[in-house]
Design a protein around this ligand. Structure first.
Ligand SMILES: Cc1cc2nc3c(=O)[nH]c(=O)nc-3n(C[C@H](O)[C@H](O)[C@H](O)COP(=O)(O)OP(=O)(O)OC[C@H]3O[C@@H](n4cnc5c(N)ncnc54)[C@H](O)[C@@H]3O)c2cc1C
Length: 715
């Protein structure tokens, strides 16, 4: 905590302590008020303005410092100023005091609380963003929590100051009037308890709950309104229609069929979507061959003098296709038909919230359905860079058709896809130049991760150009050239083929999204709520088309929620759990992550400790001549609770699974340390990093005592 904050806190504590030490509370009692009523009134008649000022300051001080006595002061307001003026004065004084307490809590504690409880606070703040005003209004009216607690707690959230002010003033008004009115009849009051009758309390509670209930009603009406222009069929052919047979669509249909729903899956192109046909599967198959070649190049490291390599790039690419064909049956029409899914090959179009039209080879067919799940995926984003079209860019969709190895390959983009393909093509023999606009590749990862990968890429001959912005493509005397900007200078890079890998855009056009007015997010994906629902509550979206993640495993994860909520949402809806999301980039060294890394922890102001273990020290890695990389774990300060893990090295994507499980199940580093790991395996790195954490947290004083004990035992 900063000095200024400590000082202010001490001042507050001193004032509050003095209040109690000198029993000032005693002066804020019903008895004292009654006996002093005439004296106060006489003073007010003589000094009306000054009385208002003193009263307001006193009120603001009591509420601002969260001291007890506001109720008595309110009664006094009624007794001294009457109903109208009393209400006006107290309404402002109480709101100003509450706002000061809110500000004090925010200034003194918000940083600390955010640092230590960031993840929990994030959820609360999301709720506050959405419904903060409604909640505050309810809390002000329903007398469950004391006002001082509300002021202080709200100060720790991200609720806007002005919202806090006006909602508080409005919310406290009814209670203020009741107490002011009671104050005008001070002589008749014997105890504070009698002021609020049970009937009055119940009315307040109703009034408090009303805005929330009203909000729900408005939401329901809105949902109804969105359907108003459409005719709902009386009967439905299906329970679900799924658009897209990629990872998200396949899992949705699988689950629907497993719970005996009638489900139709419509795929316009190839079953398996991107992952099988142009994404995960071909890229990993290519990476395997490229890695094999890299091992051959490193033969001397393994004690083999010479190995002659001869290969045909076209055959390598044919192998990639064979791998796809081998995996294909897992995602095939036959398999899904057997599972109970009606699979249609054709282009789907949503024509109403309950109807999907399918253009098949045999004509047009319309299916009525209770729910629709959009799983239409994404496609490579090709930026509008002048001249790009004329150099016929490759993308992750088309690169698999290459049968001739590009001599000079330019890769645009330093993200996972760009990195995986850059290294693979370089290993296969292309002269690869990788261009990235940002200061480093793999920008989402910590800097040392990018450095490890960049170092290996450079060593393997990839020409990495970070900080280069692609400006224009030209063809000069038959040679293709990229003109990029680097530190204000124009740089020319010649190439034979260019692969554009700068991101993927969700498929949101040409199948009814615009016509129905299905809402989009800022990222131009289909906007969904926590239950994968679109603004049409019976239309769901999952996978790349919905984001925010673009992985096969997250698509499958969301698909479960989309399917279950679509089929059983009227009984219970399940909120998609994003608490532990892992991913891996299959470069060499492989990079895997789950949870936070250091740069994110800093950005989000989350307190953490960091512990690393260098895989260069691991027996198995040494035996395999793969002694490089690290396991880096972020933990809660002073605890073994894992906040995030980054693994760089051989099989990082597999190694991280232990941490994914640990985070999901709330298992700390102590338990990982106490688990037997097979020797010699790469997985031992996980145990060793837990050991390093334990060493960092060894009880030094106790160890000193133990050392003395041993020395005493030795005599
Ligand atoms: C090169 C590359 C490597 C990757 N590597 C990995 C990896 O290693 N690990 C990982 O987890 N992820 C990886 N991904 C990402 C992964 O492929 C995607 O996240 C995943 O495929 C998304 O699945 P999806 O079902 O949302 O979309 P898709 O797989 O794109 O499926 C959408 C389907 O919908 C169909 N469709 C669209 N519109 C219609 C319509 N109107 N009617 C009928 N059908 C329609 C499309 O034809 C498509 O088949 C990689 C991606 C690429 C490009």
């Amino acid at each position: 905590m900063k000095k200024s904050k400590v000082l202010l806190l001490l001042v507050f504590l001193a004032v509050i302590s003095l209040f109690f030490i000198y029993d000032l509370q005693h002066y804020l009692s019903l008895q004292v008020l009654k006996t002093q009523q005439h004296a106060i009134e006489s003073y007010r008649i003589e000094h009306p303005a000054l009385t208002v000022l003193i009263y307001m300051l006193l009120y603001i001080a009591v509420t601002g410092l969260s001291l007890p006595g506001a109720t008595i002061l309110t009664l006094a307001g009624g007794a001294v100023f009457g109903l109208t003026w009393g209400t006006l004065i107290v309404s402002f004084a109480s709101t100003i005091g509450a706002t000061l307490a809110f500000l004090a809590a925010r200034f003194l504690f918000q940083d600390t609380v955010t640092t230590h409880f960031a993840s929990r606070l994030k959820i609360i703040n999301q709720g506050i963003e959405r419904d903060g005003a409604f909640y505050l209004f309810t809390l002000r009216l329903v007398p469950v929590f004391p006002f001082f607690m509300i002021n202080l707690t709200m100060g720790l959230t991200t609720l806007r100051l002005w919202t806090f002010y006006w909602v508080s003033q409005l919310g406290m008004l009814a209670g203020t009037i009741v107490y002011i009115n009671a104050g005008t009849q001070l002589a008749k009051i014997d105890s504070l308890a009698g002021i609020l009758s049970p009937a009055l309390l119940a009315s307040f509670a109703l009034l408090g709950v009303f805005p929330l209930a009203a909000k729900k009603i408005v939401e329901t009406i809105k949902a109804r309104q969105i359907y108003r222009q459409w005719n709902k069929p009386k009967l439905f052919d299906n329970n679900i229609v799924v658009i897209g047979g990629g990872s998200a669509g396949l899992v949705t249909s699988y689950i629907a069929a497993a719970v005996k729903a009638k489900v139709t899956l419509i795929e316009k192109h190839k079953m398996g979507g991107d992952c099988l046909n142009t994404g995960c599967v071909p890229s990993k198959a290519l990476i395997r061959t490229a890695k094999h070649l890299s091992h051959i190049k490193r033969s001397a490291e393994f004690g083999i003098k010479q190995v002659d390599v001869e290969f045909d790039f076209a055959e390598v690419m044919e192998r990639v296709q064979k791998v796809i064909q081998t995996v294909e049956p897992h995602d095939s029409i036959e398999r899904y038909t057997e599972l109970g899914v009606d699979v249609l090959t054709g282009e789907a179009k949503i024509i109403s919230p309950w109807e999907v039209q399918v253009q098949t080879e045999d004509g047009v067919q319309t299916i009525s359905t209770r729910s629709i799940v959009i799983a239409a995926g994404a496609r490579p984003f090709v930026p509008p860079i002048p001249g790009l079209e004329q150099v016929k860019p490759l993308t992750s969709d088309t690169v698999w058709k290459l049968r001739e190895l590009p001599k000079r390959l330019l890769v645009l983009g330093g993200g996972p896809i760009g990195c995986e393909l850059s290294q693979s093509f370089a290993r296969l023999g292309s002269q690869v130049t990788q261009v990235e606009m940002l200061p480093r590749i793999m920008i989402r990862e910590d800097p040392e991760v990018s450095e490890s990968v960049m170092a290996r890429f450079k060593q393997e001959g990839v020409d990495i150009r970070v900080g280069h912005t692609a400006k224009e493509f030209i063809v000069e005397q038959g040679e293709k050239i990229l003109i990029a900007e680097y530190e204000g200078q124009s740089v020319k890079i010649a190439f034979d083929e260019v692969l554009v890998a700068i991101g993927r855009a969700a498929n949101i056009t040409a199948y009814g999204v615009e016509e129905l007015g299905i809402a989009l997010s800022d990222r131009k994906t289909i906007a969904t709520n926590g239950f994968q629902q679109t603004n049409y509550p019976n239309i769901f979206a999952c996978g790349d088309v919905a984001g925010p993640y673009q992985f096969t495993h997250t698509a499958a994860h969301q698909a479960w929620y989309a399917a279950v909520n679509a089929l059983f949402g009227q009984f219970k809806r399940f909120k998609t759990d994003y608490s532990v999301i892992p991913w891996s980039t299959f470069t060499d060294p492989e990079v895997a992550r789950v949870g936070l890394n250091e740069q994110e922890a800093k950005e989000q102001n989350i307190a953490y400790e960091v512990v690393s273990y260098g895989i260069d020290d691991l027996d198995r890695a040494i035996a395999d001549s793969e002694a490089h990389g690290f396991v880096k774990v972020l933990t809660q300060p002073g605890k073994d609770k894992i906040l995030g893990v980054t693994v760089v090295g051989e099989h990082a994507g597999d190694l991280i699974a232990e941490f994914v499980l640990a985070m999901k199940q709330g298992i700390g580093l102590n338990k990982i340390l106490g688990t037997i790991h097979i020797y010699p395996t790469m997985a031992e790195a996980n145990k060793y990093v837990a050991g390093a954490w334990k060493k960092q947290h060894a009880p030094q004083t106790l160890l000193k005592c133990v050392a003395r004990f041993h020395s005493w035992r030795r005599g």
